[in-house]
Each structure stands twice: as structure tokens, then as C-alpha cells.
Ligand binder design. Structure first.
Ligand SMILES: NC(=O)c1ccc[n+]([C@@H]2O[C@H](COP(=O)([O-])OP(=O)(O)OC[C@H]3O[C@@H](n4cnc5c(N)ncnc54)[C@H](O)[C@@H]3O)[C@@H](O)[C@H]2O)c1
Ligand SMILES: [Zn+2]
Ligand SMILES: [Zn+2]
Length: 392
């Protein structure tokens, strides 16, 4: 089959690789029809090289049709149309019982000290072959799927793999009171979808980004006002909220935040170090890459909540703890627990009116074969690229 493979920093290629096969009785093989390119894939493309091997298959936002199932798979059969969540979860361990599917204890790679295995997401998360491919082996297939009906186009459903549940969890964890205001830092697909969800729930939404086309696109959604990020953004947002600050701030930026020059240098440096050194540095280095999170701490009202959905690396970044304590800030974060939210989201994506605008959400739809050019375009934010989907 053909698959998008990582080959080195800022280098992916589409290669012919062996078709995946059933390896465990709980596996399924899915023929992929549509799959997304994600902001998280850029972390791999850009800075997480120490955790990848040349040839690793990327991608974690796939959907398609079940081709084959292992002998213990009772919940799926060939021909079923499914979306595959980005995380692999058993559905029945201690963590899954608590709906913390991204912490599944059956699939964790314990030697890395990280949560549930993820598709196409480095040795930290199991080095599981990803979904930007013609076929995907889905472990724990009895639980690791979302069945969707035949009929509507893939674009209605594909974001159930990541964008929708991630944005939904960001808003749920934000716990915004009726009539409350939420500021959203970062208007990539995750921040933009969170803005739509919060606006549809009737909250006042203030979206912030550094890119003009993203500000324009999000600002076009009913109920979302947008502002350009700057060093004065805290004062600006406070002024919008009578001097108090928004009840909630969602950080949907993550570790490549603009305004963190030291972080950029460190990220670049790690890509020139031998892998073990670079990996250790990535996990433990203390640098200031927290422009967006610091802006969140600064602008959130006292007693408010920060819902952190962007992905961060490292462990010793200096956080403004005194301010966080004094302002009595609540901080919620984590990898989205995809299936905790899919039953709530499905009726919205199936609704005739498409209230979250999923069908027209992608900016680019390209054949899988064109993935290298699409990665390059997406990384450089060229041609208004906000969400790319691959077709196979
Ligand atoms: N928690 C999860 O389960 C989960 C799942 C998917 C994605 N993510 C993470 O969420 C984040 C967003 O994902 P995405 O696909 O929307 O990525 P993206 O890179 O497309 O979006 C990030 C946006 O932040 C903007 N930005 C950069 N610096 C900023 C600043 N200082 N202030 C305001 N905006 C700034 C960028 O211009 C960009 O539009 C990433 O870190 C991604 O890894 C987390
Ligand atoms: Zn993703
Ligand atoms: Zn589990």
C-alpha cells in the first residue's frame, strides 16, 4: 500500500510499504478513505525527530471502511463505516472506566511514562503506524472506533477522530457559566472549532491569533470576535470585559507559540543533536516557550479557568506560579478523551443544518500522493492552509 512516511526533519515522502495485517485477535484492518493533517503532525515534522525513525507512518485522523477483523472482534464487521479515534483504548480498564481514554492502561507504553498509545505519534506513544495510508491496522478495535452511517460525505465525520472531541473537551473543561466570556488563544482548527462550539452554546467568544487569514476566518462565525495577538493582548482583552478579564481562557496554541524566541532556538538545536541527547533535552529542558500560556494567566479573570488543549513538551518551563496562585486560577488540561464526547457530537455532525460547519471546514482536499507538498504548505501556512484532508 501507499503511506505517508517521516524521513527526517521537514521531510516526508509517500512510499510503498507492506499492507498491514491482523496481528492480534482484537485487531481490525480499515481501508482509509479520508484522513486529516493536524497541527500535531507539525510537531513531528518540525521538532520531535528524536522520537521517530525514518519510515514511520504518520497520521492520526483517519476514517474509512472495515476490511477485516480479528477473531475476537465482535463490535465491527467488514463493510462497517468507521472513524478511528487518534488514541487506542481498550474501553474496560481502570482509566477507560473513568472515561479517561487517552490514559488507557492497556495500551500505555510504560517505559516512556506516557499515556495511551496514539496512531502515528512517535516512540513516546507506542510507535504505532499511522492513518495517512491506504490501510490501517486498528488495535483494540472493539472499542477503538466510532461507527458512522453510510450516506453523508466523509467530511461530515472525519473530524470526530480528533478536531471535534479535542475542541469539545477544551470547552467542557472550561466549564463556562451562562453568559460567560471565553478567550481562545490560537485559531487553528482546534481553536476555531472550540470557538464555534462555545459561540453555538451562547457564550461570548474572543478569538486571538497572529495570522490574518485565521483571524478573518474565525471572525466570520456568528458570535466570534477576533483580535491579533500582541504583547498588549492582556490589557486589550481586559478592556473588553470591563477590566475584569474573561471567565475562561482556552490555550489552543501549544509549544510552537509565536513570541517564544528561546524555545524556537532550542527546538532547532535539538534537531542537530544525536537522538538520545536531543530526546532527553526535549523532555526536560527549561525554556520560555510559554508566550500563549503566560498570556492566558495574565488575561483570565481572578478565580477563572484556563483550559489547556495545545500540546506542550518539556518540564521545567518557568510558570508564573505566584500570579496563578494569587489569581486563584484553575488549570485543566490533557489529551482529548475522544470517545467520552463522540455521542454528544454525533447528532451535531448528522444534523442537516451542519451547525458546526464541518462539511466546509477543510481548506484543502488533496490526494494522499500529494502529502509532501501539503505538509510543506501547511507548515509555512501558505495558500490559506488551515485544514488539509487527504483522499485515498
Ligand atoms: N490535547 C489534544 O488532545 C490535542 C489534540 C489535537 C491537537 N492538539 C494541539 O492543539 C494545538 C492546536 O492544534 P491546531 O491543529 O489548531 O494547530 P495549529 O498549529 O494549526 O494552530 C495553532 C495556532 O496558534 C497560533 N498562534 C501561535 N502563537 C500564538 C500566540 N502567541 N497567540 C495566539 N495564537 C498563536 C498560530 O498562528 C496557529 O493559528 C497544537 O498544539 C496541537 O498539537 C491537542
Ligand atoms: Zn490531530
Ligand atoms: Zn483502557
Amino acid at each position: 500500500m501507499r503511506a505517508v512516511t517521516w524521513q527526517g526533519r521537514r521531510k516526508v515522502s509517500v512510499e510503498t510499504v507492506p499492507d498491514p495485517t491482523i496481528q492480534e485477535p482484537t485487531d481490525a484492518i480499515v481501508r482509509i478513505t479520508t484522513t486529516g493533517l493536524c497541527g500535531s503532525d507539525l510537531h513531528l515534522y518540525e521538532v520531535m525527530g528524536p522520537f521517530l525513525d525514518a519510515g514511520d507512518i504518520l497520521g492520526h485522523e483517519p476514517m474509512g471502511v472495515v476490511e477485516a477483523v480479528g477473531s475476537a472482534v465482535t463490535e465491527l464487521k467488514p463493510g462497517d463505516r468507521v472513524v478511528v479515534p487518534f488514541q487506542i483504548a481498550c474501553g474496560s480498564c481502570f482509566m477507560c472506566d473513568r472515561r479517561l481514554y487517552s490514559q488507557c492502561e492497556t495500551t500505555q507504553t510504560r517505559e516512556q511514562g506516557m499515556g495511551a498509545n496514539l496512531f502515528g505519534y512517535t516512540k513516546l506513544y507506542g510507535q504505532v503506524p499511522g492513518g495517512q495510508a491506504e490501510y490501517l491496522r486498528v488495535p483494540q478495535a472493539n472499542f477503538t472506533h466510532i461507527k458512522v452511517p453510510d450516506g453523508p460525505p466523509d467530511e461530515r465525520f472525519v473530524y470526530l477522530s480528533d478536531v471535534l472531541p479535542t475542541a469539545w473537551q477544551a470547552v467542557e473543561y472550561a466549564d463556562i457559566e451562562d453568559g460567560g466570556t471565553v478567550a481562545i488563544l490560537g485559531l487553528g482548527p482546534i481553536g476555531e472549532m472550540a470557538a464555534r462550539i462555545a459561540a453555538n452554546r451562547g457564550h461570548r467568544v474572543v478569538g486571538i491569533d497572529v495570522e490574518a487569514d485565521r483571524l478573518k476566518r474565525s471572525g466570520a462565525w456568528d458570535g466570534v470576535e477576533t483580535y491579533e495577538y500582541s504583547a498588549e493582548i492582556g490589557d486589550q482583552v481586559r478592556d473588553l470585559t470591563g477590566g475584569r478579564g474573561p471567565d475562561v481562557v482556552i490555550d489552543a496554541v501549544g509549544m510552537e507559540a509565536h513570541g517564544s524566541p528561546v524555545a524556537k532556538a532550542l527546538h532547532q538545536m535539538t534537531s542537530f543533536l544525536p537522538d538520545p541527547l536531543a530526546a532527553a533535552m526535549f523532555k526536560t529542558a527549561g525554556v520560555d516557550r510559554l508566550a500563549a500560556l503566560k498570556a492566558a494567566v495574565d488575561m483570565v479573570r481572578r478565580g477563572g479557568t484556563i483550559s489547556l488543549i495545545g500540546v506542550y513538551g518539556g518540564e521545567a518551563d518557568p510558570l508564573p506560579l505566584m500570579t496563578m496562585f494569587d489569581k486563584q486560577v484553575q488549570l485543566r488540561m490533557g489529551q482529548a478523551n475522544v470517545k467520552a464526547w463522540s455521542d454528544d457530537i454525533l447528532p451535531l455532525v448528522l444534523h442537516d443544518a451542519d451547525p458546526l460547519g464541518v462539511e466546509s471546514f477543510h481548506t484543502h482536499s488533496v490526494p494522499l500522493e500529494q502529502a509532501p507538498a501539503a505538509y510543506d504548505m501547511f507548515q509555512k501556512k501558505e495558500d490559506g492552509a488551515i485544514k488539509v484532508v487527504f483522499k485515498s
